[in-house]
Write a protein that binds this ligand. Sequence first.
Ligand SMILES: C[C@](O)(CO)[C@H](O)COP(=O)(O)OP(=O)(O)OC[C@H]1O[C@@H](n2ccc(N)nc2=O)[C@H](O)[C@@H]1O
Ligand SMILES: Nc1ncnc2c1ncn2[C@@H]1O[C@H](COP(=O)(O)OP(=O)(O)OP(=O)(O)O)[C@@H](O)[C@H]1O
Length: 304
Amino acid sequence: MSVSRGVTVRVPAKVNVRLAVGGARPDGYHDLANVFLAVGLYDEVTVAEAAAPAVTCEGPGADQVPLDRTNLAVRAAELLAARHGITPNVHLHIRKDIPVAGGMAGGSADGAGALLACDALWGCGSSREELLSLCAELGSDVPFSLVGGAALGTGRGELLTPLEVGGAFHWVFAMADGGLSTPAVYAEFDRLNRGTEVPPPAAPPALLEALRTGDTAGLADALGNDLQPAALSLRPSLAATLAAGTEAGALAGLVSGSGPTTAFLVKDAEAAESVAAALRASGTCREARPALAPAPGATVVAGG
Ligand SMILES: C[C@](O)(CO)[C@H](O)COP(=O)(O)OP(=O)(O)OC[C@H]1O[C@@H](n2ccc(N)nc2=O)[C@H](O)[C@@H]1O
Ligand SMILES: Nc1ncnc2c1ncn2[C@@H]1O[C@H](COP(=O)(O)OP(=O)(O)OP(=O)(O)O)[C@@H](O)[C@H]1O
């Protein structure tokens, strides 16, 4: 399906190269030290004027994407329209390539994409700060989907400090069958940590230095995800995927965010192809895809 005229925005997926999770806050969120890295797998959101609001979606997992007002792209259009006194009569079309409920911020990407596309379509001229504030209202991961590159997210992950990246990193992503619910994974984190003192979350200096200098081996040594035990507890089969990737020669592997996608850092493009092939042959995942990082944030690619 295609939308004939309008504005198209391309938005990257993310991997959390270090996701440090603190204790549960009174508002139900967790304080984070969340080192985001945008990766070259993209959703595209196209918006065009229409007689009435509509949303359509195509691509892998499109049948699991809600086509009602809970869709983050719809919520983004409604939020921006309300701020500007506009009636959001737009057709939103989402071309998905980011796995749905995969821990790679696919819904957040669509939210950020719809916001930027509607801002251009309606000529709102929102500043970066205004867009970032609307993104934070939509979800903790949404601001990063807008900015891309690499950033440290504090608070619930929405307060971003851009990070310097000194080179390209090669990754392989192993997509699982079905998704994992982000709130369920955080609840499992709380259950597993009950009765223990969860330390304040922090990003290790060695990891930030590896990003800054483009040091793949250094980054591999410093990767970490505090949600990984919770994701493995809810989906024990991910241990076999992680083992298959590292046995195939990945420098390191981890669960991406809340999972169930697993992410493997590899030496170069050749290693990415061979690790992806081995993961596919292992039968421990639905699909394996090489991708480069960092990737740019939400970008208008047509119209606007
Ligand atoms: C796991 C990550 O993807 C890592 O980047 C994010 O922390 C999740 O971000 P997100 O999907 O944008 O999450 P939100 O839509 O803001 O929140 C969904 C739910 O996840 C849990 N949540 C989320 C973020 C956070 N810092 N603490 C939480 O406990 C809460 O139960 C919340 O109700
Ligand atoms: N545009 C959208 N695309 C995908 N899912 C959406 C969208 N809008 C709302 N959702 C809902 O959000 C849920 C989580 O989907 P999403 O793909 O964002 O997960 P995720 O990548 O694990 O998120 P994160 O990494 O930010 O925690 C889905 O199960 C779906 O019900």
